[in-house]
Design a protein around this ligand. Structure first.
Ligand SMILES: NC(=O)c1ccc[n+]([C@@H]2O[C@H](COP(=O)([O-])OP(=O)(O)OC[C@H]3O[C@@H](n4cnc5c(N)ncnc54)[C@H](OP(=O)(O)O)[C@@H]3O)[C@@H](O)[C@H]2O)c1
Length: 95
């Protein structure tokens, strides 16, 4: 039987909850990819998970963001963009 990896804090909520530094939503690498697709940082992060075969369940209490987070299934990242996302290190991992 196959296994499916699930992303926890899939769009970097943990980087926001800490409230003491840059968040995934402000990351320049994600920002550059987002601009190339005319999408949002959250959408690029979710597209990356889906394209790489991970389960991703983002959390939002904001209706417009919930809609935005569902509007990702048509995004096709290039191989270079996928590699760039894997190279990201927010340097803010849990201790
Ligand atoms: N993090 C963990 O350790 C952990 C552990 C077990 C289970 N989980 C599960 O994983 C899921 C999500 O975890 P999470 O809340 O840590 O992280 P997340 O989904 O990565 O991030 C949630 C944060 O992102 C914001 N957000 C959502 N959509 C956005 C968008 N389109 N643009 C900008 N901001 C957006 C939310 O704000 P608003 O809500 O204010 O819109 C919230 O601050 C949940 O189902 C949770 O139960 C997480």
């Amino acid at each position: 039987m196959g296994h499916l990896t699930q992303a926890w804090s899939p769009i970097g909520g943990m980087t926001r909850y800490r409230g003491n530094g840059p968040t995934s939503f402000e990351d320049q690498t994600i920002g550059a990819i987002e601009a190339e697709h005319s999408r949002t940082p959250a959408q690029i992060m979710l597209a990356w998970h889906l394209q790489e075969g991970r389960s991703a369940i983002p959390k939002s209490v904001t209706p417009s963001r919930i809609a935005e987070n569902f509007d990702v299934f048509d995004i096709k990242l290039t191989a270079e963009q996928v590699v760039a996302l894997y190279k990201l290190d927010m340097r803010r991992r849990l201790a």
